[in-house]
Design a protein around this ligand. Structure first.
Ligand code: SF4
Length: 389
């Protein structure tokens, strides 16, 4: 590794322990070092392509603290020796673009940082798909390796860092080892809560407390909580005293991811949620890799009952076989994530799902719903929150 301009800043970043907020919680210092280790003139991209259904925390950060995002981007550019930076936004993020453009002018960075609005596809925010978009092509993920740190935008070593992470960089390099003691998390609370929205909270808070305080409490007795929306296994009411730390939630067999915290009342039809998750992965497959496209279509059909499993297979076996095929293929993680999510949820509720497929629901009257659908009331409530900012 060859730090080029600013060892002190890099050392402070390492001491802070800052981890990426794009869902993977990867150590920021190590991500920057991976780019420094490459030859060539690097570039830096702030990823504001937030597409996780039910997550608005990146939009919240870009609207509330656009200058922090850009100052973090500039620090990364200085440390890596990058002469140009980019901010990638979803196509519909016009308000965020406007605010960032003004902040660029105010900070005197307009000549070295470009804003790019791509499309509104879910995979458009994937770290290699946005490279394609900025280069003028369809936002489809690239096969990896090589990773963007080695061969990224225009073939150059590229750091792609989430906007929420970058907004935390100025604080992290200022405070160094003291940063962790006051670390916060920006999360989205949605679903059956009185005050859905985005909130910044300390990471030592309990999930239950945040639902009751920032969320104003649940609107009906809680059945399950998905800590990272469509990407995570749900937690039961008995598990809600967990702290909002990635390791604590992983210890419960789930993931904090982008902290898109979906609260669902106990009157929810759980098979309809599994169906909704399967529909999401089918809908958002970009179409490049047949195992992802066909596998996601098959999984959804098996869960919904409009694609009966072959006679030789039980629904359970057919789902497992399809998921195993999907897990081994795909340019990005969508195929594997879909296989994991659908099989994990199916395993949990297979009795209820099979009864539902037979037309004999085990909990008649339970609410059928799809909170992940683009026009879902649960998601519109989050747009309302942003529009009131
Ligand atoms: S795995 Fe799916 S979403 Fe990812 S590139 Fe392939 S088809 Fe597209």
């Amino acid at each position: 590794m060859k730090p080029r301009t600013d060892d002190h800043t890099l050392n402070q970043l390492e001491a802070s322990g800052l981890r990426g907020r794009g869902g993977g919680w990867f150590e920021t210092y190590r991500k920057w070092c991976a780019v420094l280790a490459e030859d060539g003139r690097p570039l830096v991209i702030a990823n504001g392509g937030e597409g996780e259904p039910g997550s608005i925390k990146d939009r919240f950060v870009m609207r509330a603290r656009p200058k922090d995002v850009l100052l973090g981007l500039k620090i990364a550019m200085d440390v890596l020796g990058a002469e140009r930076g980019y901010v990638y936004l979803r196509g519909s993020f016009g308000i965020e673009e406007e605010l960032l453009r003004k902040a660029l002018q105010d900070l005197g960075l307009a000549s070295i940082v470009s804003l790019h609005r791509g499309d509104d596809s879910y995979v458009g925010g994937e770290e290699t798909a946005l490279l394609e978009s900025i280069e003028g092509r369809t936002a489809w993920p690239r096969p990896k390796p090589p990773r963007p740190s080695a061969v990224g935008l225009f073939g150059r070593p590229t750091l792609v860092q989430n906007v929420d992470t970058l907004a935390r960089v100025p604080g992290a390099v200022n405070e160094g080892s003291a940063f962790a003691a006051t670390e916060t998390l920006t999360l989205t609370l949605w679903g059956d809560v009185r005050s859905p929205g985005a909130y910044e909270v300390r990471t030592n808070r309990a999930l239950r407390d945040v639902i009751d305080t920032e969320g104003g409490g649940a609107t009906s007795p809680v059945g399950l909580v998905f800590p990272s929306g469509v990407q995570s296994m749900p937690l039961t009411p008995a598990q809600l005293d967990v702290e909002l730390k990635p390791a604590a939630i992983e210890a419960l067999g789930s993931a904090l991811g982008t902290a898109s915290i979906l609260v669902l009342g106990e009157d929810t039809s759980w098979p309809s949620i599994v169906d909704a998750v399967a529909r999401f992965f089918e809908r958002e497959s970009c179409g490049q890799c047949p195992p992802c496209v066909l596998g996601a279509r098959n999984l959804r059909g098996l869960i919904a009952g409009d694609r009966p499993s072959a006679n030789r297979l039980t629904p359970h076996s057919a789902i497992r076989e399809t998921a195993a095929f999907m897990s081994m293929h795909g340019y990005c993680s969508h195929s594997r994530a879909g296989a994991d999510a659908v099989t994990g949820l199916f395993t949990r509720w297979q009795g209820e799902i099979i009864e539902r497929l037979r037309g004999v629901p085990t909990r008649p009257g339970a609410r059928e719903r799809d909170p992940f659908a683009p026009e879902a009331a649960e998601r519109r409530a989050l747009d309302d929150f942003l529009n009131l900012m």
